[in-house]
Design a protein around this ligand. Structure first.
Ligand code: PLP
Ligand code: TYF
Length: 398
């Protein structure tokens, strides 16, 4: 009955991650999947999360369904974290927020919602992209295109080209943007560039969809939300997906949020109803356990303060390994410009290594990097940086 279907090739990131785990190389290094590892190479259980879980375990509650839109205190906490507690858009009640099934679920609900609102619109996504962006929107019936973003020659942003291309889009086109920690390149817009982009989005009547999967991993929890808050300040109507997979280290609990910033409270009320309708026909209601834990951490002042410190610790460790890698590579291979390690921010760095060099890294050194040359930086730690930079120097000088 189903023989005619194409075989699913699998996700290349997950595939290489599995190949890493099969490899018996004693010094192997996993720089494939976007997971935050601590300096010991472990996925952390944050102490703020641990405390919230212990409290909840002591007073178990019936496992009833959450509402379609999720827990009310969770949704309020998402709004404060994403927009800043005092933002006038929140005070005006013009933001509709739901608890989502991770950042991916927020993208899917947002994609279905946008397709319902503007069935003829298409979406533009950065080149290069997180591949799932194309898949999610195509799956929702929205044709996808690319806009210029990253310049391999300079390992930086093609900002003028990006602006020029966005200026040409038809009104009501959707534009997928990363407010911080761009996946896969690690190259972000500066605050000044966001302020230049916003009038273009407004003049063209484009509908931005901001995907914030790494809030707190770039410059700080508030700093990383600059683009979101600047767009809300400017009165744009737009969507924001946020994820707690990385910054609460809650990957498998599937915690995220989708917020739609509207022009008025009435519009936001109507949008919230439509988001609920979209949720109802996909999964009906979000997962409860992670929702309660996330809400507990974000709404308890002491746990929140502890969490902010833990996010700072993760961010600072990423910055530290970036700096160490750059310094070691500069010493081992002075002719090679490794400054991109410190210029790019967040979880990912785009190395520009060739497929031959990536294969040599994998086969000769057990260093696993996905085919685009994207490195997931937290795979590096004080025990493996020297080994990694030796391996890089080897394949780069060959
Ligand atoms: N968006 C981007 C850019 C991501 O890198 C990721 C995943 O890591 C997601 C969305 C999905 O987040 P989640 O794992 O919470 O579904
Ligand atoms: O880019 C990455 O490595 C992470 C991991 O559906 C990931 O985003 C990959 C696919 C996916 C969810 C997370």
């Amino acid at each position: 009955m189903f023989e005619h279907l194409e075989k699913y090739a699998g996700d290349p990131i997950f595939g290489l991650n599995e190949a890493f785990h099969r490899d018996v190389h004693p010094q192997k290094v996993n720089l494939t999947i976007g997971l935050y590892y601590d300096n010991a190479g472990c996925i952390p259980v944050l102490s703020s999360v641990r405390t919230a879980e212990q409290r909840r375990a002591q007073e178990p509650e019936p496992r009833t369904y959450l509402p379609m839109e999720g827990l009310a205190p969770y949704r309020e906490a998402v709004q404060k974290l994403v927009f800043g507690a005092q933002h006038q858009a929140l005070q005006a009640g013009r933001v509709a927020t739901i608890q989502s099934v991770g950042g991916t679920g927020a993208l899917k609900v947002g994609a279905d919602f946008l397709h319902l609102a503007y069935p003829d619109s298409q979406i533009w996504i950065s080149d290069p992209a997180w591949d799932n962006h194309h898949s999610i929107f195509q799956g929702a019936g929205v044709p996808t295109h690319s806009y210029a973003y990253y310049d391999p020659a300079t390992k930086s942003l093609r900002f003028d080209q990006m602006l020029a291309e966005l200026r040409e889009l038809p009104p009501k086109s959707f534009v997928l943007l990363h407010p911080c920690c761009h996946n896969p390149t690690g190259v972000d817009l500066s605050p000044e560039q966001w302020l230049q982009l916003i009038p273009v989005l407004a003049e063209q009547e484009l509908i931005p969809f901001l995907d914030m999967a790494y809030q707190g991993f770039g410059a700080g929890l508030d700093e990383d939300a600059f683009a979101v808050r600047a767009m809300a300040d400017a009165g744009l109507v737009f969507l924001v997906a946020n994820s707690f997979s990385k910054n609460l280290s809650l990957y498998g609990e599937r915690c995220g949020g989708l917020s739609v910033v509207c022009a008025t409270r009435d519009e936001a009320d109507g949008v919230l109803g439509q988001l609920k309708a979209v949720v109802r026909r996909i999964y009906s209601s979000p997962p409860a356990h992670g929702g309660h834990i996330t809400s507990a951490v974000l709404n308890d002042p002491q746990l929140y303060a502890a969490w902010v410190q833990e996010v700072a610790g993760m961010r600072e460790r990423i910055a530290f390994v970036r700096k160490q890698t750059h310094e070691q590579l500069s010493a081992k291979l002075p002719s090679y410009d490794s400054s991109y390690f410190v210029k790019q921010t967040g979880m990912f760095t785009y190395t520009g290594l060739s497929s031959r060099q990536l294969l040599a890294l994998r086969e000769r050194h057990g260093v696993y990097i996905i085919d685009s040359g994207r490195i997931s930086v937290p795979g590096l730690n004080t025990r493996n940086i020297a080994y990694f930079t030796d391996a890089m120097a080897d394949v780069l000088s060959a």
